[in-house]
Write a protein that binds this ligand. Sequence first.
Ligand code: EPU
Length: 418
Amino acid sequence: MDKILVRGGRPLTGTIPISGAKNATLPALAASLLTDQPLRLSNIPHLRDVTTMLELLGQHGAAITIDEKLGVEIDCSRIHNTKAPYDLVRTMRASILVMGPLLARHGRAEISLPGGCAIGTRPVNLHLRGLEAMGAEITLEQGYIKGQAKRLRGARLVFDLVTVTGTENLMMAACLADGRTVLENAACEPEVLDLANCLNKMGARIKGAGTGTITIDGVEELRGAEHAILPDRIETGTFMIAAALTGGDVTLTHTDPSILKAPIAKLRQAGVVVEEKKGTIRVRKNGPLRAVDLQTAPYPGFPTDLQAQMLVLVSQSEGTGTITETIFENRFMHVSELQRLGADITLQGNVAVVKGGGELRGAPVMATDLRASASLVLAGLAARGETLISRVYHIDRGYERIEEKLMALGADIHRLSN
Ligand code: EPU
């Protein structure tokens, strides 16, 4: 298994391009199941989760062509299998995103029930409740969710809590349903809006995406389309924090500051200089960092996917900050690894109290989930000495060539393959 070796202490400087968003690519790929015409997606990040979703679509019967610029064309005219097997779903929970499209266009789906994972129990009850309200018959057999429906029908659905993939799954299902669906308390994440834009290009009739109320008027069929995936705001945020943490000066291109308002505001509050231009963000440190308090929240709040990285920044700031995780009940697995590097963090339920100012010292650490691994890389960049991170397959799920991009900014970082 690959490891990443980081020798800390070098300020990051230079310019790097941001990749397309993982969490917009996965639902857009699933959307290809809604039509028998080819869907062409560009600005696709080269990631393990994307490969897993392509593998899943392939075993459903999709024909996939990848061009030299990593654009992907998916042709779902010959779907012969509506089962998403355990072996794929257990490596990527977002596989559940094929459920809505398969039910809507093929009338059946059999998806391995995603289990818990390193960040919490993560049930899919709200996805299933919504599909049932649209007329699907859902049963659970031998660890598989089995769904059947002749034609889904429009419904008014109110989510108990904000769910990103739940909103996406039901929005896709509703595109081919009979009549109007209204999703209330829907997720407002930019990735939901990006999916709606893609679906509307395919002939869907979706209004209100990006707000808490989404209205979808079902159509008989969708057609092929071309769509460029929006920039990855979590990759952007991770590199912004890395720049601040190492006292560097980094410009991120091919991104969109308008979808990063909460992280940009927090970094400014921490004393970081952030300059926004269209498609570009420059981040540099100018004076000492100040500890901040923050609470994760659904968009437009501070994203849970940047919580671990921000925790490292606070540990290197003056003063004490509290970081409250409100989305996932167990998303603090990185804390014990960061403590091994010398970070002064105390956990009190879903609140991490971070005492800043202490020096981080390199040590061997283990990645537990995607964003946790990113926080360990960041901590390694700020630490004195060598940090050896194992189980880096987690990071390959969601960051495109992270060590190459950091190396290009001057980091002393290497992948050790064995
Ligand atoms: N929840 C339920 N029932 C459901 C669905 C969700 O109780 O049916 C709960 C979850 O357990 C959680 C909360 O609702 O406590 C929010 O979960 P959500 O459904 O929004 O998460 P998700 O859709 O599974 C997506 C991203 C995550 C990101 C979260 C929150 C994708 C593929 N994944 O997950 O991304 O953390 O939204 O923003 O879009 C990552 O990229 O590292 C990652 C984990």
